[in-house]
Ligand binder design. Sequence first.
Ligand code: GAL
Length: 676
Amino acid sequence: MATDARWIRWPAGQDHAQFGYGADYNPEQWPRETWAEDVRLMREAGVTIVTVGVFSWARLQLAPDTWDFAWLDEVMDLLHANGIAVDLATATASPPPWLTTLHPEILPVTADGVTLSPGSRQHWRPASPVFRRYALALVEAMAARYGEHPALAAWHVSNELGCHNVHDYSDDAAHAFRDWLRERYGTVAELNRAWGTAFWSQAYSDFAEVLPPRRAATHPNPTQQLDFKRFSSWVLQDYLRAERDVLRRLTPDVPVTTNFMLIGHNGMDYAAWADDVDFVANDHYRLVVERPEDDLSLAANLTSNLAEGRPWFLMEHATSAVNWAEINPVKSPADLLHDALVHVGHGADAVCYFQWRQSRAGAEKYHSAMVPHAGADTDTYRAVVQLGGLLRDLRQVVGSRRAPARVAIVVDWESWWAVELDSHPSSHVDYRREVLEWYGALLDAGVRVDVVPVRAELSGYDVVVAPLLYLMPGALAERLRAFVARGGHLVTTYFSGIVDTHDHVHLGGYPGALRDLLGIRVAEFMPLLADQQVELDNGTRGTLWSEPVEITDPAAKAVVCYASGLLAGRPAVTRCQQGSGSATYVSTRLGIEGIAALLPEILGPAGVDAEPTSADGKVETMVRTDGTTEYVFLANRTADAVEVPVGEERVLLGEVSARGGLALAPHGVGVLVRPA
Ligand code: GAL
């Protein structure tokens, strides 16, 4: 029986319309005395939910037939007695030493054939039947033990599936890969055709000869690599479903989720995974050094759109520093509030951290937490308490959905994988960076954007930006044509529309499948060297890539031309008018400045303006709606104070200035309320 639960099942006695607020809680790292202080501080901070048991396998199953649930029983009861709900992990994320000793054949293998040792975490093969047997037995035991526990509010499958083990090249992976390929291609002849094995004498005569793309003499077959990425995402998704199905069978009323890693990890096609969980959960850490706020906003935005606008769960972020970068800068208390509230503005109804109490030992002892080593008398903990209060003040926002924007940026995992494969014209093409640059430039322009998976319905948008949409099956090209034919404005870039689903080039000139729609033809790619740039005639410049764009359709015209180098005088950016719609092509990497200069040409004809609350792009506007009321989240993107004029709206969060505006401190977030 399938559950219809789409959100946290708040325990009886807890407010059902509150924000989830809390962290990963790892009480097994602490003596019992600390647990009492933990719950006291959690109550003080306004914590409503914690994730328990993520790395508890070794403490729950001491040997194949020896279990110890007593400590977890106590923790669950203690949390419940204190009004704190539990997102209970299935505890399968990290197999215990006895299991890897008994079954070393569950350990993952790298492309070089190195078997990874236990001693860290997530050392298991996604395709291992032995691992799956033990893990599912643990899931059964957890569900049987805690399925009826009054604190149980959601199940948390494993943890960050694929974070360290997505690409496993073991023999188990080889077997499962062959099964997956048989299912996909039916015959070995079809596999040979799809993989283009006429090249380099690679023709297979039997599926049994096929291997994962292990380390080879030089570039492995690109379609083999792409299919292995598809398979690797699928096999973990299949594992997620296996755990979920056990939980649904035993506890049909308890929602099931797992934490995604948008957009820091691209190994998993989360657009395909999103339907397999009852609600979408995401982890986000500030990974990028430049414009980290844009990266955070983009991740939250995409997560919300994977959840199709429904509330989602921010399962992890950091109160301050992480510990896994080369240098780990702290976050100010203001940034702590900013980050959490931007996630909320993009639709999160639960805001949690890794982790509750900073560990004394282990690899993450220098990772920040809600309660730092120095204890509760710290700025971090005070900001944590402040955030708990703010979330209580914002309670009426809970349950509202993200309001759609008029501009979309399309993200496609298959293109992301394929465009960054080796043996290409340039190995410096960076999918995530290109997407972020378009997103950042649109934020700078004060425009609200939806970042959507490629499968999303595009017809409601006025402008669709599809950067580096390299992999272009016929059906996708058809959808883009239909979008433009209906009056939509499409923008795409260099190295888009180039190959079909098997990574075979669309012949007749680039950009292959999009040539007609764009009204252009390109005979060769002209990548630029790392230190090379080309001047453009609008005063900006291109890097990374250039192309001799030839206009083939009278409806197309040059919008910007190259002004230096071999291509001087030739079109760099073109637009092809199609009825009231248009298709714009950008043949070089413009970067944020170059995109900013081009945006008026794109947004103007589409009639898309900056949000009135954007303060010239200094402020990001995020809108949530419950149908009758709109909640307008305004995040100051700058390190200076900004004032936003307020009209009929009511200020729900933030300072009202002497002039009656909303005064936003550096990186401050305010919320206005207005009728929908
Ligand atoms: C996540 C993980 C957590 C913790 C955190 C530290 O990848 O799920 O367990 O390691 O990162 O930033």
